[in-house]
Design a protein around this ligand. Structure first.
Ligand SMILES: *Cc1c(COP(=O)(O)O)cnc(C)c1O
Length: 375
């Protein structure tokens, strides 16, 4: 099937672009010996897990269900972190995860025995209290009052028995200069206990596959931990694996005017690209410009009843008309994993574009997917 013939709305993931990202990540692994695992919460397209597994060391999960997905669909190293684990899920987690990371000393005390008995590696998430991002407080685990990780003041070294690794995750879409700053804070606050560890996990938020990302600086950070403390280094990016590697294809359903020209699309910000509203950000749209850049300006909005279901204002060379197809870019990450059926909105199909440009629909959704989540 050709790209032009795909139904809308539809997510289309480009295999060649995913592989390009994977090669960059694998290069870091090859040159440094660090291990990189996929943070599934950003991108869980299982049809691509065999390909991802050729290049990366495995998966990481935010809880039992993602852990099961990684175990079933990739079957390589399987890590997990959750702010707290439930008693009724911990046995299954232990049975399928090799690295289990705890958020507190109380969680550690509660579940450490079982995990160690099963031969699992145990880690503790630390909070280096080093904010390196501005403006995105909901994405900053070092923000005041954050529930993530143990702070230096609460650290209880006498309870570290059995803990072989420390984990931090403080970045979001950042470059390696911020990693370096964070690593300095980690060393300053927790360096005393690094010699007794076997591994360290730098978390996610590293935009390694972005054009301006400073890879040599990342590799220097990795080598510093390897050489100074003899640690095995893990990274668990999500975004970087599928950055700029997918699209959301949509059609114009109707046009009208209310002080500004408005186009209603067969997609929805709140249902199909919620980060547009949550983050918030304006997704790139192929062939369009900023307001004022091209002659025809439109506000693009979705089909739901939410007044704020607006993707943004975009300008075009030609007037839009009903039936036109629009292509939003960078729609592989934090999209398919976040969709919902608010207003009974249909879920976009999920398609894969292979290296020859041929497209294949991997999954389509219908009324049953909406009804099946209600009772
Ligand atoms: C979100 C998250 C990641 C992945 O972050 P990206 O920004 O997608 O790279 C990795 N580890 C943890 C603990 C996370 O919460």
């Amino acid at each position: 099937m050709r790209f032009e013939d795909l139904p809308t709305p539809c997510y289309v993931v480009d295999e060649a672009l995913i592989e390009k990202n994977l090669k960059i990540l694998n290069g870091v692994m090859q040159r440094t010996g660090a291990k990189i695992v996929l943070a599934q919460k950003a991108f869980s397209m299982t049809a691509l897990y065999p390909l991802i597994g050729e290049y990366l060391s495995g998966t990481t999960a935010s809880g039992l269900f993602e852990a099961r997905l990684g175990h079933e669909e990739m079957g390589k190293e399987n890590h997990v972190f959750a702010p707290a684990y439930r008693e009724d899920e911990i046995d299954e987690i232990i049975s399928i995860c090799d690295h289990i990371i705890f958020n507190s000393f109380s969680q550690l005390a509660k579940f450490k025995g079982k995990a160690l008995q099963a031969g699992r590696k145990i880690g503790l998430r630390i909070n280096p209290e080093c904010s390196t991002q501005e403006g995105h407080e909901i994405y900053d685990p070092c923000s005041p009052g954050s529930r993530f990780g143990v702070r230096r003041a609460d650290f209880q070294p006498e309870l570290l028995d059995g803990v072989t690794g420390l984990h931090f995750h403080t970045l979001c879409q950042q470059n390696s200069d911020d990693l370096e700053t964070t690593l300095n804070a980690v060393e300053e606050k927790f360096g005393e206990w690094l010699p007794q560890m076997e591994w360290i996990n730098f978390g996610g938020g590293h935009h390694i596959t972005r054009d301006d990302y400073d890879i040599p600086r990342l590799e220097a950070c990795i080598k510093r931990m390897q050489e100074k403390y003899d640690l095995e280094v893990y990274l668990e990016p999500g975004e970087a694996v599928a950055l700029n590697a997918g699209y959301l294809l949509t059609s114009v359903l109707d046009l009208h005017e209310n002080g500004i020209d408005i186009a209603i699309l067969d997609t929805s910000a709140t249902c199909h690209m919620p980060d547009v509203l949550e983050m918030p950000y304006r997704p790139p749209l192929l062939g369009s410009g900023e307001p004022g850049e091209k002659p025809y300006l439109y506000r693009l909005g979705g089909q739901t009843c939410l007044t704020g279901d607006v993707i943004g204002d975009y300008s075009f060379d030609q007037p839009l008309k009903s039936g036109d197809r629009l292509v939003f870019a960078d729609m592989a990450i934090y999209t398919m994993v976040k969709t919902n059926t608010f207003n009974g909105m249909p879920l976009p199909a999920i398609a894969l574009q292979d290296k020859n440009g041929d497209c294949r629909i991997v999954r389509e959704f219908g009324y049953d997917d909406f009804k099946g989540r209600l009772a």
